[in-house]
Structure formats: structure tokens, C-alpha cells
Design a protein around this ligand. Structure first.
Ligand SMILES: [Fe+2]
Length: 358
């Protein structure tokens, strides 16, 4: 497994004050740090996919960027690739998804360009390299088979694949996933392009749908959102509640120690219409959310536990385009025993000395 960075253009390392900001607030915005040419190629690729499968949307004509109808949504979701995985282009309402996250373009654009920054935060040589596709067009990488990972495999790959109903909480070292499958689960791809069409509905004063990703155990600690086009204020940017990462971590850790394996019970509440844990309510009541807007090539780094939501896109001429990636610690860096360890509740246990020193 490659854990060192091949020779490719890297985003500048973070300064001590940027690391301190990340540690304190749980997020950091790096404006326009990505290669503009790769951003342009990603925009072209998005429009190529739209032109092929949703041609009523025209590039340069925002009046045609209306929400995806139910009929369009079912037509798109029926186009499943033969080798498994999700349709290349999908969506419903104001959400449009392109499953190109395991392609070289997306990997070079975002996670690989941030490799040294990620190592700076999480420790050199401790991360799973996003290698993308092999010669057969498949990804292979390690996956910690927790309940939520198994649930993600079933929901993105189809239950007919025969996934177990519960997690083994051990690592499948070489989980193979097709290129439009949930390739973020084995660390090999980003989530593809997540787009929010103009005039998306308000989440309401309660910010319905705001949540904290994953669990306090496992191997996901640092995530990123990268914008391939300009995201002006109030146009669907990644939105965070500063400082919420440590508060949520603490509560989830208590629940984990008390035997709760995941945020499953919380997710059930979310599915019912809102993430209503008391700590989330307190955070919303006392903390002002931040709209992490920025020009094309902007990256938002965030601690996995931070409270966040994809912001409302109030514009009438911007398609919010972001790719999301979670850096994964290797099994060598965090063993299965450590991944489920419930003794050490230090939120920064798996981070670099440079970060821990802040
Ligand atoms: Fe999320």
C-alpha cells in the first residue's frame, strides 16, 4: 500500500495559527488553493454528464437549472452500471450527484493535492493513499466493517449483494468496490461531485438535516469539501457550527462507553425529520453557524464530528459544486483494537504531534 506522496503539486502546509484554528474551531477554510485547470476540467466533466443524461439543463443558461423532477429522478436512478454501483449521474429535487470520485481527475484535484496537509494533521505515513481504479476499473482498499459501513454498502450497492445486517467491527483489508460504488468507504475515492441547484429550500430556523458524520470510533477523523466552481455567500456552501466537534465528541463518547455502537439511534431521529440530541440543540442555540463560501478551488477542512449542513443555495445562477473526501488512517496506524477502544476518550488521539502540540 502506498503511504507516501508521489511527486505531485501540493497545497502549502498549514501555518501554526491555521492548525490552532482547526483545533479550536474544528474547521479551516483554504481559499482558492486547488489547481484552477483541474477545477475547470471538473466543471467540464459535470456539464458533459448533464448534457448526456439531462440535456434540458444548459450550460450558461441558469433559467434551465430547475429542480430535478420525480420522473427525471427515476429515469436517472434506473441507469445502473452493469458492474454494480450507482448511476453516474443521479439526483432529486435540488440535489445532483456525479459518481466520478474514483477518477484520476477528482483524486488529483482534491485529496492527493491535500495529502501533505492531511499528513501534517494526522501524522506522516499513517493514511490510506487514494489509489483510485486498478486496470480492471475497480477500487481496492481497507474498510472497517462497522454497522454504519455495512449499512452504507447496502444502501449504495444494493442489498442483493448479501451484506451482513450488522458490522463485524473488524477490517476487511482489501474490499473491492466498483468505480461508482461507495468508494469513500475503502478510502479510494471521493464522493464524486455533490451539487446543489439554485433556489434550494430553506432548512428552516432549526437547520433540519444538520448533523455530525460517522462515529467517534473507527478511522475517519479529517474530512474535506473542495469547490470546483465559485461558491458565493448564501449559495450552498458547507456550513459549520464552530467548536461543536469537541462537544459532540464528548457526548458520543459517553454513549459509546455505555454500549451504543453508532449514531444509529440518532440517525433514526434524523430520518424522522431532525437531529434532536440535546447537545445538538444546545449548539444550535448558542453558536452562530458559519457559511464557508469561497472562490473556485477553495477547500474546507473539518473534524469529522463537527455539526454541519450543506447550506441553502439562495442564488438563482450558481450550481454549488463540491467534492467530499474523508482521509482514512491505515490499519497499521490504528489497529482494530484501537479503532474500537473505549478507554481513551481523547478526541486528538489519532492526530499528529504537531496538532496535539497546539
Ligand atoms: Fe455530513
Amino acid at each position: 500500500m502506498v503511504t507516501s506522496c508521489p511527486d505531485m503539486k501540493q497545497v502549502e502546509p498549514l501555518t501554526a495559527s491555521q492548525i490552532a484554528h482547526f483545533s479550536r474551531d474544528g474547521y479551516l477554510v483554504l481559499p482558492a488553493v486547488l489547481d484552477p485547470e483541474l477545477c475547470r476540467q471538473a466543471r467540464d466533466e459535470m456539464w458533459g454528464a448533464i448534457e448526456a443524461d439531462l440535456p434540458r439543463m444548459k450550460r450558461g443558461e441558469p433559467s434551465t437549472w430547475a429542480p430535478i423532477t420525480e420522473e427525471e429522478s427515476s429515469r436517472l436512478s434506473a441507469q445502473k452500471p452493469a458492474g454494480g454501483g450507482e448511476p453516474y449521474l443521479g439526483g432529486s429535487g435540488h440535489r445532483l450527484t456525479i459518481r466520478n470520485g474514483a477518477e484520476e481527475l477528482l483524486l488529483n484535484l482534491a485529496p492527493r493535492a491535500l495529502w501533505q496537509v492531511a499528513e501534517q494533521l494526522l501524522g506522516k505515513g499513517t493514511l490510506v493513499w487514494p489509489a483510485g481504479l486498478d486496470e480492471s476499473g475497480t477500487t481496492t482498499g481497507p474498510c472497517f466493517m462497522s454497522d454504519d459501513a455495512v449499512g452504507g454498502l447496502a444502501s449504495h450497492m444494493g442489498s442483493e449483494m448479501g451484506w451482513p445486517s450488522g458490522g463485524s467491527f473488524t477490517t476487511e483489508e482489501a474490499l473491492r468496490l466498483p468505480k461508482t460504488g461507495p468508494v469513500w468507504l475503502n478510502g479510494q475515492g471521493t464522493r464524486g461531485l455533490y451539487c446543489t441547484l439554485p433556489k434550494s429550500p430553506s432548512p428552516g430556523p432549526e437547520y433540519r438535516g444538520s448533523h455530525s458524520d460517522g462515529a467517534c470510533y473507527g478511522r475517519w477523523r479529517l474530512q474535506m469539501a473542495a469547490y470546483t466552481d465559485d461558491v458565493p455567500p448564501n449559495s450552498g456552501a458547507f456550513t459549520v457550527w464552530p467548536g461543536s466537534h469537541t462537544r459532540i465528541w464528548k457526548e458520543q463518547w459517553k454513549a459509546f462507553q455505555a454500549g451504543e455502537k453508532h449514531t444509529d439511534t440518532h440517525l433514526a431521529v434524523r430520518n424522522a425529520g431532525g437531529y434532536t440530541d440535546p447537545v445538538i440543540g444546545r449548539i444550535k442555540a448558542d453558536t452562530q453557524p458559519i457559511d464557508c463560501h469561497g472562490p473556485a478551488g477553495t477547500v474546507v477542512l473539518w473534524h469529522t464530528k463537527i455539526l454541519h449542513i450543506a447550506g441553502q443555495n439562495s442564488s438563482d445562477d450558481v450550481i454549488r459544486q463540491a467534492t467530499i473526501y474523508g482521509f482514512l488512517k491505515t490499519t497499521a496506524a490504528v489497529s482494530d483494537a484501537l479503532a474500537v477502544d473505549s478507554e481513551d476518550g481523547d478526541i486528538w488521539r489519532d492526530w499528529s504531534d504537531e496538532l496535539r502540540g497546539q
